[in-house]
Ligand binder design. Structure first.
Ligand code: FMN
Ligand code: SF4
Length: 515
């Protein structure tokens, strides 16, 4: 009898360890042999911890389960899929999962993350095998054909970046996986690392074969201890099986990798700061050029890619770039793992082809707010993303469609706010966040963010509000065009969208009347 209890950090935060222990103890007390598999999460966080029993009819899910529910689950015969108030049924038939197109998250929540045989059962490492057979040039061509664009935020074509590294002659090349995942409301990278680590290892190995790199690093934020531990263990297992190290799969390619843990600065997600940090220095942005593809880690040609970009490669190489390209809209090809967060009823991971509208995501799939109050604003793309009002909910999830409306999709985080949100506070927070996280290298960001907080405080206090809002406009202009990187450069997105769509929040607030 197999029972699946997620070991994903979100499920653990909600009590999965206690649930796993209760299942073990209850099974022992009743003399039932149970094999507990610690899987990743399916990404329906409002149902976590969601446990699944393997029955002759397939896997049957129950959730959200607390340790004190376990006795009644056994009494109800949950091991055979018995009826219980927490019974969800077959997870794959749940509307939240059924409506998804899971190319990257195909295995997440289904397999045992560290079991290589489970991964192989899903054509694991066949993408790497195909890359080795095709050779570097054809592999890069296939990735270009797929239309894959970087999932970390900037949306730069992955295959083009690889070609630059491949064509640069150097004694040493590197693959660096950006797993800093600093954007608010995002968790997709973490879910892959905890729930399907071999997919990321395979993606990095494919990138290495394509570019001639022999060493890789996964830079993981320190707030992700579970991801650090799963990835580290997976690397050891893969190495033991000859999937990393000398002569990959018996070929002439060598590639190995290590985990590196960041120290918790948002700017270390920016690729050049990340490289500084990897070199053991303070995380400070480097001026470009040179591009990391020419001179990156230790001044050698380096591919820096987000977890999701690299995790997309298994599908692209196994099914072909054309199959991936068939999903999506416009120049946004393939699927996007979207993260629904904040004040939302059904928060979690929703992977779908580009093209879905923001309204479908928030109202329909997400079920509106968790508080039950009306949605007032949605911030897409992390702390530097724009605030969209419901009037813009017909915006399609597509890089260009968001840019046209003054926003960005970034890493795909969607954070929902109800009608109690104060957009002045959110705009102030954007400046405050920037002031706190700024690496300090350039003046528009280092000084501008502090001036932004002060000026917004004057607006709220009613001190020359019109003139100070005009000053905010000027400041945003200076930050947008004068900052060295997108931390200072993108702060105008949340600030100007808040002022544009929610002007009433920037009027002076009268002190609350005494009771
Ligand atoms: C302030 C800042 C923070 C960033 N944080 C991340 C991050 O946490 N993860 C990430 O993959 N990219 C992040 N990026 C984008 C990276 O600089 C870079 O574009 C990305 O790692 C490239 O990989 P991709 O092409 O696969 O997206 C950030 C950029 C900026 C300006
Ligand atoms: S914009 Fe900010 S974070 Fe970026 S280089 Fe300038 S000071 Fe550093």
């Amino acid at each position: 009898m197999r029972v699946f209890v997620p070991k994903d950090a979100a499920a653990i935060a909600l009590g999965a360890e206690d649930v796993a222990a209760a299942v073990q103890e209850t099974a022992e007390a009743r003399g039932i042999a149970v094999d507990i598999v610690r899987n990743g999460s399916r990404g329906m966080f409002w149902l976590e911890p969601m446990i699944e029993a393997e029955t002759p009819q397939g896997r049957i899910a129950y959730g959200p389960v607390e340790a004190h529910d376990v006795t009644s689950l056994f009494d109800a015969g949950f091991l055979d899929g018995g009826s219980h108030p927490l019974r969800i049924g077959k997870p794959e038939e749940h509307p939240f999962l059924k409506r998804q197109t899971r190319l990257v998250f195909e295995r997440c929540g289904i397999t045992d993350p560290l079991c290589l045989n489970d991964y192989r059962a899903y054509k694991g490492f066949e993408g790497l095998k195909r890359a080795i057979e095709m050779g570097p040039a054809a592999t890069i061509d296939d990735v270009i054909l797929s239309g894959l664009r970087g999932r970390g935020g900037a949306g730069f074509p992955t295959g083009i970046k690889w070609r630059t590294v491949a064509e640069t002659v150097a004694p040493q090349k590197y693959i660096v996986c950006n797993a800093d995942e600093g954007d608010s409301g995002t968790f997709a990278d973490r879910m892959i690392m905890e729930g399907d680590p071999y997919c990321l290892i395979e993606g990095m190995a494919i990138a290495a074969v394509a570019t001639g790199a022999t060493q890789g690093y996964i830079y993981i934020r320190s707030e992700y201890p579970h991801a650090v531990s799963t990835m580290s263990e997976a690397i050891v297992c893969a190495r033991r099986e000859g999937l990393l190290g000398e002569r990959l799969l018996g070929s002439g390619h060598s590639f190995d990798m290590e985990v590196r843990v960041g120290a918790g600065a948002y700017i270390c997600g920016e690729e050049t700061s990340l490289l500084e940090s990897l070199e053991g220095k303070r995380g400070e942005v480097r001026a470009k050029p040179p591009l990391p593809a020419h001179k990156g880690l230790f001044a050698q040609p380096t591919v820096v890619n987000n977890v999701l970009s690299l995790a997309s490669l298994h599908f692209i190489l196994v099914e072909g770039g054309k199959a991936y390209r068939d999903y999506g809209m416009g120049r946004s090809r393939g699927t996007k793992p979207i993260q629904l967060a904040g004040n939302i009823k059904h928060g979690g991971l929703f992977e779908t082809a580009f093209g879905i509208t923001l309204g479908e995501l928030v109202d329909d799939i997400g079920g509106g707010t968790a508080s039950g109050r009306p949605v007032r604003a949605v911030q897409v793309g992390g702390p530097l993303g724009a605030y969209f009002p419901p009037a813009l909910f017909d915006t399609h999830f597509d890089y260009e469609a968001f840019t046209e409306r003054g926003g960005l999709i970034g890493h795909g985080g969607v954070v929902v706010f109800d009608d109690t949100v104060d957009l002045w506070e959110q705009a102030r927070f954007a400046f405050e966040f920037c002031a706190f996280e700024s690496c300090g290298k350039c003046t528009p960001c280092r000084i501008g963010a502090v001036r932004g907080v002060e000026t917004l405080d004057k607006v709220r206090a009613g001190i020359n509000p019109a003139a100070n809002l005009a000053l905010i406009d000027e400041l945003c202009e200076a930050m947008k065009f004068g900052s060295l990187c997108a931390l200072g450069g993108f702060v105008p997105y949340p600030v100007t969208s808040a002022i544009k769509y929610f002007p009433e929040d920037f009027a002076r607030r009268l002190p609350a009347a005494a009771e």
